[in-house]
Design a protein around this ligand. Structure first.
Ligand SMILES: O=c1[nH]c(=O)c2ncn([C@@H]3O[C@H](COP(=O)(O)OP(=O)(O)OP(=O)(O)O)[C@@H](O)[C@H]3O)c2[nH]1
Ligand SMILES: [Mg+2]
Length: 259
């Protein structure tokens, strides 16, 4: 895969992409950052621990590429929109100081284990990093019903497939609480053998009868508290991306990348 920035993350099998070092802000940033180093021998790609925002501001304005392993086109679309709007916002304030990110994706069939949202997200990212042979991010989305002690949680995809939007409502029929939390968990792996880092975002709301377009998962039955009475599906993309679980998790990841 070739990208505008030509960064390591876009060509997973390139030897310059592989890092066995433990993830921490500076090694993470360096491993993601170096458009300049992708053509160099591995020995010359091991950058000193310089914060990437400062380094990039003086050396290049090319976007850095993140490899997002996902099979979900809606997630990818939202991630790109959120990163673009936050980058534009900060770059308007100081164009030289803040680099932007571009997102490449790879659709892999990564096994998803059972467990907590964090355990599922970490295992998924570890497996993805093994397959791509380099750094990557993954994302796992959960929808936790208060009345069901947090279920379906990370298994929402399978519940939605099995019972549909109406079924999700029916599951709560006998319970007074319709409260639910949308949880997005991004995981970042610096490469095979490293422990993924977790960035979580939550949006509180309730489960309602389906309203709005049905093109993205359970959006029509989730009414966020901050949505002014609209379901996610009834909100336009910009409004959803200001309060969504995905926005909140991605904002933490973005800030980490810029440390
Ligand atoms: O209405 C929605 N609004 C959202 O904002 C949202 N984000 C995810 N989802 C759905 O929830 C399940 C998560 O499962 P999931 O995290 O394993 O995703 P996935 O398998 O589709 O992709 P990936 O695992 O390859 O990244 C899947 O059914 C997704 O379609 C959403 N539905
Ligand atoms: Mg999945």
């Amino acid at each position: 895969m070739t990208t505008a920035g030509g960064s390591l993350a876009s060509s997973p099998h390139s030897p310059t992409e592989t890092s066995d070092s433990q993830a921490h802000p500076h090694s993470f940033s360096s491993s993601f950052a170096s458009d300049r180093t992708s053509q160099l021998p591995r020995s010359q790609t091991l950058l000193p621990t310089i914060p990437v925002a400062a380094e990039t501001a003086t050396m290049t304005t090319s976007p850095r590429t993140i490899l997002f392993v996902t099979g979900n086109a809606n997630k990818l679309k939202e991630v790109r929109a959120i990163l673009l709007s936050s980058t534009q916002h900060t770059e308007n304030a100081n164009p030289a100081a803040t680099p932007s990110f571009s997102v490449e994706s790879q659709d892999l069939d990564v096994p998803e284990v059972q467990g907590t949202t964090e355990e599922v997200a970490k295992a998924k990212c570890k497996a993805a990093a093994e397959i791509v042979g380099g750094p990557c991010i993954t994302e796992d989305t959960a929808l936790a019903f208060e009345a069901l002690g947090g279920l379906p949680g990370p298994y929402i995809k399978y519940f939605l497939k099995a019972v549909g939007l109406e079924g999700l409502n029916n599951m709560l029929a006998g319970f007074p609480s319709k409260r639910a939390t949308a949880i997005c968990t991004f995981a970042y792996s610096a490469g095979p053998g490293t422990e993924p880092l977790i960035f979580e975002g939550r949006t509180e709301g309730k489960i309602v009868q389906a309203r709005g377009p049905t093109h993205f998962g359970w959006d029509p039955v989730f009414e966020p508290d901050e949505g002014e009475g609209k379901t996610y599906a009834e909100m336009d993309g910009v409004a959803k991306n200001k309060i969504s679980h995905r926005y909140r998790a991605l904002d933490k990841l973005r800030k980490y990348l810029l440390e």
